[in-house]
Ligand binder design. Structure first.
Ligand code: ZN
Length: 152
């Protein structure tokens, strides 16, 4: 990936680059409790997400594969870390907060705290076409949760 300007530097902030270069939770898990695939035709990004749910109803295992731009893949990697330990309601809450942030909502201190590192993806808002890239993994998670609900 080439850095051509200061704007790009700020877009691909350090944390984003780190997740892009060393994605967390790479690889699909066996017999996942939930899974979904997402595709962003505007950029060609793809994310396949799998997750396992523990006895207590919390997401205890997450794995993803994907290809595409740095924003889409780092966002997926960050998501895979952020949702571990959440139950499905909490995961839905996080999706809503993340989506809200990307769509320009003002974040309360509480929101920022719950979003953690994900807050860096706010920088993407300056590049409207990239918002879909950042949201891809999150819509995929939403689909995975919806698929699960329709299975039960
Ligand atoms: Zn993209």
């Amino acid at each position: 990936m080439r850095m051509q300007s200061e704007d790009l530097d700020s877009l691909y902030q350090e944390i984003v680059l780190d997740h892009y270069k060393s994605p967390r939770n790479q690889g699909l898990i066996q017999d996942p409790d939930m899974n979904a695939e997402g595709f962003n035709p505007f950029c060609g990004d793809k994310v396949v997400l799998t997750a396992g749910i523990g006895e207590g109803g919390q997401i205890n295992e997450v794995g993803f594969t994907g290809e595409g731009c740095a924003i889409s893949q780092s966002s997926a990697s960050m998501l895979s870390e952020a949702i571990k330990g959440l139950d499905l309601e909490e995961a839905k809450g996080l999706i809503a907060r993340f989506r809200g942030m990307m769509q320009g909502d003002d974040l309360s201190e509480e929101d920022e705290e719950s979003l953690g590192d994900l807050v860096v993806l706010q920088g993407v808002r300056q590049y409207p076409i990239r918002i879909k890239c950042a949201l891809l993994a999150w819509s995929t998670l939403q689909d995975a949760i919806a698929n699960l609900a329709s299975k039960n």
